[in-house]
Ligand binder design. Sequence first.
Ligand SMILES: NC(=O)c1ccc[n+]([C@@H]2O[C@H](COP(=O)([O-])OP(=O)(O)OC[C@H]3O[C@@H](n4cnc5c(N)ncnc54)[C@H](O)[C@@H]3O)[C@@H](O)[C@H]2O)c1
Length: 262
Amino acid sequence: MAKHDPIERTTGRRGLNVVITGAAGGMCRGINQRLGKAGHTLLCVDLDLKRCQAAVDELRAEGFTAHAFAADVTRAEDVERLRGDVKEVVGEVQALINAAGVLDRKMLLDHDIHSFSRAIDINLVGPFALIRAFAEDLLAANWGRIVNVSSIAGTTGYPYPSYAASKAGLSNLTRSLLVDFWGTGITVNSVCPGVVDTPMVIQEVRDQVPNKVPTGKIVDPDEIGALITFLLTDDARSINGADLVIDGGATKIFRLFDHAQG
Ligand SMILES: NC(=O)c1ccc[n+]([C@@H]2O[C@H](COP(=O)([O-])OP(=O)(O)OC[C@H]3O[C@@H](n4cnc5c(N)ncnc54)[C@H](O)[C@@H]3O)[C@@H](O)[C@H]2O)c1
């Protein structure tokens, strides 16, 4: 069966070359695992090559096909080099998951223009750069999947403005690109997680989960992986430009009192 056969895309069982940024991070443990189990080839990209290679070694030990690449998504020369390296290793790319990101816990008066810009660069300009780099592959095939890992902090206000603004920008970048891919088989979506069980989340926030999240549970990275894996199938072809909120209902409820039954 041909590598990019539409039936394989429908089942999502195997065959796509998927670039994943932030691949050494906590959430990508779940994303990589699910994509690996679905039979995709994982092109794992991170600033931290050592941790990225360790993640790839683990994935390979489980029988998945994975490759590690170092790149700072904010550096044009890194992204250009990445594009060439990926081409050399697997050829064309069919899907891109932008998961690299930082949460800079600074409120207004702690920020200066440089710290604010850095967060925007990583969380918004980086995804743009990756999409720009691989868009021609997707357009040439007239099929593809782009998934941006945004946040519920991009759909509501949030105490850390560089994070909230960058993720809001990322979600709106997602919607805006629909015009560029009009009439093709390429979809672009944002996944907006709530509190996910990764090192990015501090204990104070974890402790709030039973009171703030209607399911009472922190989201597991595996759940994010499952959603993204579905988005890569042809069954998800009409999900386009969405902000897919996966937060246990946290952003859907306003509660005046702070106890579980309140
Ligand atoms: N953990 C959560 O609760 C949560 C909630 C909503 C959204 N998110 C988003 O999910 C994504 C993954 O978060 P996580 O929890 O796995 O965080 P993490 O810190 O564990 O992983 C982020 C990864 O991105 C990499 N990275 C940072 N800057 C980079 C750069 N310039 N170039 C390349 N790689 C870079 C880091 O090295 C790290 O491996 C982020 O975009 C984050 O904003 C996380």
